[in-house]
Design a protein around this ligand. Structure first.
Ligand SMILES: O=P(O)(O)OC[C@H]1O[C@@H](O)[C@H](O)[C@@H](O)[C@@H]1O
Length: 374
């Protein structure tokens, strides 16, 4: 079965072997496993071993959804909300499988505040959220649909996908952020935190405490470390937050003491200023996480190797046929085979040898060099 329903959520399974798990709580993706070069499954997301997965608090890891405010609330509509809003700590409704084929396994979750008294007590602005998660061979798509059902009120919000990517924090880098303006939340004064800096590094690392909000970012990022990587493509999420608390992480109650060493948060979002969604409109914010081309290259290389083996077999067969042709000639010489039978046999062999299967040009002589493509 491409999807499996458990007590806590939905498990997606793609024919390639990749697997993802999404909790009903917060619609939080807590696992995304992809086959690596040798075909074994590798986890691409980090979840703290101390994270609560029982719905008692937002998950420390995976991809929590931040809505309608990022950080502490500042907008008048959000003042009763906790840090990062409420989407990550509500139970969402599973709305079924949207697609299930070779291209992807896709499921939808909905958060509708109607009838949710606890939520209505802290947030009265009409909204509806849909979250569409699609798993393909090497790709996980997480698309947030934000709807404004009001006939008159403009919905003002921030939104972000707080992706914890499993990676060695002392080796991982993110590109291309050079030249972007960013706000450094690790600064100790409000003035310094609100004064923009310009990123000078070609490759941004998190070797020191990092909490940076890049605005008007390229919406296309490469996260690399020596043994792997993830490419992230975003749509409509114009900003990106890079976060790793380093030793500060020890103060986080649901993080194991060295947990910060095993991830980088790369969080596409709309967090500088507020998005304004007109009545009756819907905006869709997308994130595509693509397990690094290295994995794709490994799988392409496996397929090429297979084709190459097949080509070798075709050549062996071709040599056998040539030997057969010579034997027919010898046979004709040593026996009195009639010229008609002989030419019939040769014609048959020529037909086989001239078929596209045996055309030399159709079989590669060597493996082509594979370069990562865009
Ligand atoms: O502890 P929380 O609420 O999950 O937030 C974790 C971090 O989330 C990041 O997005 C913020 O930039 C950080 O400032 C924050 O510390």
């Amino acid at each position: 079965m491409p999807t499996e329903t458990t007590e806590r959520g939905i498990i997606l399974k793609h024919p390639s072997g990749s697997i993802a798990e999404v909790l009903f709580y917060g619609s939080t993706v807590i696992s995304w496993k992809v086959p690596n070069a040798s075909g074994e499954l590798e986890e691409r997301l980090f979840v703290s071993s101390k994270a609560s997965l029982d719905g008692s608090k937002p998950v420390r890891g995976g991809i929590p959804i931040v809505f309608p405010c990022f950080g502490q609330p500042t907008h008048p509509d959000h003042l009763k909300l906790a840090q990062h809003g409420f989407a990550r700590n509500q139970m969402w409704t599973f709305d079924g499988a949207v697609m299930d084929n070779q291209a992807g396994v896709c499921v939808k979750f909905v958060l509708d505040p109607r009838g949710n008294e606890a939520l209505s007590a802290i947030y009265t602005t009409p909204f509806k959220l849909e979250y569409v998660v699609t798993l393909a061979a090497h790709q996980l798509s997480t698309d947030l649909h934000i709807k404004n059902p009001s006939a008159s009120h403009t919905l003002e919000f921030q939104a972000l996908l707080h992706s914890y990517i499993r990676a060695p924090a002392d080796e991982v880098t993110v590109t291309p952020l050079k030249g972007l303006q960013y706000y450094d939340k690790t600064e100790t004064t409000e003035e310094a935190r609100t004064t923009p800096k310009v990123e000078s590094r070609a490759e941004v690392d998190v070797k020191k405490y990092t909490d940076a909000v890049y605005e008007n970012a390229p919406m296309k990022y490469t996260v690399s470390w020596p043994s792997g990587g993830v490419d992230i493509k975003a749509q409509n999420f114009k900003d990106v937050v890079i976060w790793n608390p380093q030793e500060e992480g020890r103060k986080i109650g649901d993080m194991e003491s060295d947990g910060w060493k095993n991830y980088i948060c790369v969080e596409p979002g709309y967090v500088r200023g507020f998005e304004r969604l007109a009545p009756q409109k819907t905006w869709i914010y997308c994130q595509r996480s693509i397990s690094h081309t290295r994995d794709l290259l490994a799988s392409a290389e496996r397929q090429l190797r297979y084709l190459h083996d097949q080509a070798d077999r075709v050549r062996d067969l071709q040599d056998c046929l040539a030997t057969l042709s010579r034997r027919i000639d010898n046979l004709a010489f040593t026996t009195s085979l009639s010229p008609a039978i002989l030419s019939g046999l040769h014609a048959r062999l020529d037909d086989i040898l001239s078929s596209p299967l045996f055309s030399r040009s159709s079989t590669p002589d060597s493996l082509p060099d594979l370069e990562p493509s865009d």
